[in-house]
Design a protein around this ligand. Structure first.
Ligand code: 5AD
Length: 336
């Protein structure tokens, strides 16, 4: 039943049936994950990056970016403040570099764990199994690393130095270690065909992921792909269809309503996603003064603390939908 052909046929759902597709995704979510919406506070702690992904605003070659790294104490304080505000998971995300060394990051993880007991997710790119193991020993519970696209040729074209196999090997390392593993992809990279989108969804299913994050590719003017439109620019409904089909194919994965949807559909993208398959919301808790420097794509919401970029607003949004905020760490729903 869960074949690529079936994924393709669902992605091709016409406008008259699309609401039924969304209702079905919402039902699957409700049945497999329940009504809880889990909040994960994300701290974007450095935009220093050695990688040069052609879509990403903080790529190494973009000289227009002012680079920053948040001092360790401030990262820990931010996490502790989030805990006081009721957050149970923090996500530490940064560019892929040694700007913050493995040891420094290990100490940050240790301090947050010891002082708060928060669940800790890291998202800092391709690393060795040894480094993942060390961070796990420090208290890391989860790791996010999108494969971005399942098409090896397209992957190579946009990433240059890193291959799809290397990325998948990192995901396998994390899985071997027993780290809760998240991955996902960009929707509509230039050159993507619907076939590739279906394959992306199939790969998420094959990898049996604990968490899956996807979002539309948004051209950033200071990148090589800056003047290339999203492959579905003339059918933005495809972004939502992708998430709905992803949910139907991955009933028990935690699926966040990602910020990039709000950049494309201001003030309503994430709201709609929570009603079309998503069950996680990731408020940005990065201290406000750093936010404008972490622009992976333009029109990112929450640069001035507004909309849903504060915890109270996120909680408000969830309540408005009539859903409870998940209590406890919100670990994986998968039993292995
Ligand atoms: N548009 C949308 N998402 C992007 N990301 C990076 N650049 C862009 C862009 N231009 C996403 C990637 C990465 C995540 C942290 O941000 O998928 O994994």
């Amino acid at each position: 039943m869960f074949t690529k052909e079936y994924a393709l046929s669902l992605l091709n759902t016409g406008s008259t049936e699309v609401e039924a597709l969304y209702r079905r995704a919402d039902e699957v979510r409700k049945h497999a994950c329940g009504e809880d919406v889990f909040l994960r506070g994300i701290i974007e702690f450095s935009n220093i990056c050695a990688a040069d992904c052609t879509y990403c605003g903080i790529r190494a070659s973009n000289r227009e970016v002012e680079r920053f790294k948040i001092p360790s104490d401030e990262i820990v304080e931010t996490a502790l403040a989030a805990k006081s505000a009721g957050i149970t998971t923090v996500v530490l995300q940064a560019g892929e570099s040694q700007a913050v060394s493995d040891q420094e990051l290990g100490q940050i993880i240790r301090r947050i764990k010891e002082e708060s007991g928060l669940a800790i997710t890291l998202s800092v790119g391709n690393r060795s199994e040894q480094t993942y193991r060390y961070w796990q020993a420090c208290g890391m519970d989860r790791y996010l690393l999108r494969f971005e696209t399942s098409d090896a040729e397209l992957f190579g074209r946009v990433h240059g130095s890193c291959s799809l196999d290397e990325r998948l090997e990192c995901l396998r390392s994390l899985r071997r270690l027993g780290v809760q593993t998240g991955s996902g992809f960009l929707i509509g990279l230039p050159g993507e065909r619907l076939e590739i989108l279906a394959d992306n969804i199939m790969l998420c299913r094959e990898l049996d992921l604990d968490m899956i994050g996807i979002g539309p590719f948004i051209p950033h003017p200071h990148t090589p792909l800056g003047s290339f439109p999203n492959a579905y620019a003339d059918q933005p409904e495809m972004f939502f269809k992708a998430l709905a089909v992803l949910r139907i194919f991955n009933p028990t994965a935690h699926i966040p309503a990602t910020t990039a949807f709000d950049a494309v559909f201001p003030d309503k993208g994430r709201d709609l996603l929570l009603q079309r398959g998503a069950n996680v919301f990731m408020p940005n808790i990065t201290p406000a003064k750093y936010r404008s420097m972490y622009l992976l794509y333009p029109n990112k919401p929450g640069l001035v603390e507004s909309e849903c970029e504060c915890l109270q607003c996120a909680a408000h949004l969830v309540k408005r939908l009539g859903r409870p905020i998940g209590k406890g760490p919100g670990h994986t729903l998968k039993r292995r």
